[in-house]
Design a protein around this ligand. Structure first.
Ligand code: TXA
Ligand code: MG
Length: 333
């Protein structure tokens, strides 16, 4: 399959003026799947009501089909067609954080969304992304859009359009090329089907940010949960091919030719060898989240690389999601 590449970088503010916009929207309506930017990571978008589209998503990614997809919407009114907002607390959190990097697991209405992804479930995760391009695509198509991260299953999620092309060229109908993402790791997922709510996957919207809207509404994310709430959290994830090893503070670090390091930029002068960014400093969690997957991919692409060192960060409310993804990548191999 020839994969179309639609570079919309000069049309971000008004996508309706992009010459091929009709082609993109028609592709979604015709149940094709396409890579699209969101503020968290690039997604592989398809009509969530279509078995054909959902099947294409699973096949292109090589993703286990027992791992349910997140449904993306343009506006809250769309939810009632396929899910319920269970209480006012959920609504307050949606008002506070949407559009933005958080997904809510809600009770699902039967027989609306594709049975291929949603048939075995009685809940569905829903997200309203804030990325300008994503919002315009959701508005113009006005479909509930299923979109997992647009990577080959098991690889780090894509934060640049070129990551999507590297993984999925020839396997999907098209890719909407926009700028690198703003956040860099996948959305926070919270389960609103029982109270207090649970964090199924930590993200840029942190526990304390949620608590600040409705105190006591959320129980902490539990790293050691035997049965993860989000099925996706049990899979090998985010991992590079090389062995990834965490390192603590150091004075100097001399790397071998088959080794690389991922570290905050203000530590780079201490390192001899291939080194990739992870934010500006240990205090720059936002920057570290933005750099993580790109640096993992870049380091992994070096010729004959065997070991990648990555600097550990202090565990705080803000760094929870960063550490969660780093730990998964480290344990991946
Ligand atoms: O930021 C994001 O959420 C990105 C962008 C593209 O929006 N999407 C994303 O999707 O990360 P995906 O499919 O890679 O991850 C979805 C996660 C998985 O861990 C899945 O198991 C969990 O959400 N999930 C989805 N529906 C669920 C449900 N009904 N109950 C529990 N977990 C669910
Ligand atoms: Mg994913």
């Amino acid at each position: 399959m020839k994969t179309y590449v639609w570079d919309v970088r000069n049309y971000v503010d008004d996508l309706s003026t992009y010459p091929q916009i009709d082609e993109i929207i028609q592709a979604l309506k015709a149940n094709e799947v396409i890579g699209i930017p969101t503020e968290t990571v690039y997604g592989l978008a398809g009509n969530a009501m279509s078995d054909e589209a959902v099947d294409k998503i699973f096949k292109a990614k090589g993703r286990p089909s027992d791992n349910p997809l997140i449904v993306h919407i343009y506006e809250q009114e769309q939810i009632q067609a396929f899910a319920e907002i269970p209480n006012q607390t959920t609504e307050m959190l949606m008002d506070a954080f949407w559009p933005g990097p958080i997904s809510f697991i809600l009770p699902m209405k039967k027989d609306v969304l594709s049975k291929l992804s949603f048939g075995q479930m009685d809940t569905v995760a829903v997200r309203m992304p804030s990325d300008k391009v994503a919002r315009q695509l959701l508005k113009l198509s006005y479909l509930p859009i299923a979109a997992p991260s647009a990577n080959t299953s098991g690889k780090p999620s894509p934060t640049h359009a070129e990551h999507v092309i590297n993984d999925l060229d020839g396997k999907i109908f098209g890719v909407v090329v926009s700028d690198p993402v703003e956040v860099g790791i996948e959305s926070t997922v919270i389960d609103c089907t029982s109270y207090p709510f649970k964090i199924a996957r930590p993200g840029a919207i942190t526990q304390s940010m949620i608590e600040s809207i409705v105190p006591g509404c959320i129980v902490p994310f539990n790293y050691d949960l035997k049965q993860p709430i989000a099925p996706g959290m049990k899979y090998r994830h985010y991992a590079p091919e090389a062995q990834l090893v965490k390192v603590g503070p150091f004075d100097t670090f001399k790397l071998q030719p088959d080794e690389a390091m991922i570290a905050p930029i203000n530590e780079h002068h201490k390192v001899e060898g291939h080194v990739f960014p992870l934010g500006q400093s240990y205090n720059d969690i936002t920057g570290a989240m933005r750099d993580l997957y790109h640096s993992l991919r870049s380091a992994d692409q070096l010729e004959a690389i065997k070991v990648i060192y990555i600097t550990d960060f202090e565990e705080t409310d803000e760094s929870m999601a960063l550490l969660n993804r780093m730990n998964k990548a480290v344990s991946g191999k």
